[in-house]
Design a protein around this ligand. Structure first.
Ligand code: GLU
Length: 313
């Protein structure tokens, strides 16, 4: 972080965050997973990490939340590391859909019935089935181990209340999975695949964990703090491209125009963003806009991007 940017962030970030927090009343928390409805609508926090170990944070950055869709970026990377590009993209496409994240519509309409991309639910469920391991438990253990390494936090764990809440109410995801099974895309039993998928969605983090994971993406797969290469550069390139084209649901185009950074959001109100070669950013703001993204979180990222000219475009 440059000295000037750091100084400006330290003095201005709390004020910018409070301005964005005023937006939370215009959105609402996700309720289709009952446990997520318990989140506070006014929560807003951010944590920014750089390669030298400097950090800046503001607001409710210590509030824990589950990764939900943000986890899909890293399960995709793990599946690519397990099987390579050809095998993964034989089962999942590479294109944005313009449909809701849990939509089934294109699975039926478009040949050959594979999900459009790895970040919509159908795609991420398929990716979960591709994680190496002899049982759902072994697959989940490998995912958790990988996430802990990326976050540099051995204490990362599942929020089992959220996991059970989604397991009990996730019938739309169950329908998607049965459809994929019928199409021959899923090889394992549906409930086994879903238990891996729901489990990684329910891994609990805070903004600082998310910023550390994003930092590895920002530095092309190398953890800049340890110097360890954790992800091959090619897979980072793939993950960042999906983040830009479909990371923010059906507002990905708008987000690319207004913020211009690779990012992935989740229904719990988390957003992971990165400034390539510079920063990893974690945001939490459970009040969502009508596109399913944190309403205040997007506002804050837009402010930061404009202030520091972070847009890649
Ligand atoms: N676990 C959530 C679901 O499958 C993730 C959705 C999201 O964050 O977009 O519905």
């Amino acid at each position: 972080m440059s000295f000037e940017q750091m100084e400006k962030l330290k003095t201005k970030l709390p004020e910018w965050l409070e301005t964005s927090r005023l937006r939370t009343g215009q959105g609402d928390v996700a309720a289709y997973i009952p446990e997520l409805a318990k989140a506070s609508r006014d929560t807003l926090g951010i944590h920014i990490a750089d390669s030298q170990g400097q950090t800046v944070s503001a607001g409710d950055c210590g509030v824990p939340f589950t990764m939900q869709s943000i986890s899909k970026v890293f399960t995709l990377i793990l599946a690519l590391m397990d099987h390579g590009e050809e095998a993964v993209f034989y089962n999942v496409g590479k294109e944005p859909t313009g449909d809701d994240f849990n939509s089934m519509i294109k699975l039926e309409l478009v040949e050959p019935g594979i999900p459009f991309n790895p970040l919509i639910n159908a795609g991420a469920i398929t990716v979960s089935s591709l994680i190496a391991g002899d049982s759902p438990e072994e697959k989940s253990a490998r995912i958790l181990h990988f996430f802990r390494k990326l976050a540099s936090n051995e204490r990362l764990d599942y929020n089992m209340d959220v996991y059970h809440s989604e397991l009990e109410t996730g019938d739309l995801n169950r329908s998607l999975a049965y459809f994929l099974k019928q199409n021959g895309v899923l090889k394992d039993p549906v409930e086994d695949v879903l238990s891996v998928y729901f489990r990684h969605c329910s891994i609990e983090v805070d903004c600082s964990d998310l910023s550390r994971m994003a930092l590895v993406l920002a530095f092309d797969g190398v953890d800049p703090h340890s110097g360890e290469m954790l992800i091959p550069r090619r897979y980072i390139q793939i993950a960042k491209t999906f983040m830009v084209t479909c990371g923010m649901y059906n507002a990905s185009g708008e987000f690319a125009i207004d913020v211009g950074l690779p990012a992935k959001s989740g229904v719990s109100g988390g957003i992971m963003a990165l400034v390539p070669g510079q920063y990893g950013i974690g945001v939490v703001g459970p009040s969502l806009n009508n596109k399913g993204n944190s309403i205040a979180g997007v506002h804050l990222l837009e402010r930061l991007s404009k202030e520091f000219d972070w847009s890649l475009f």
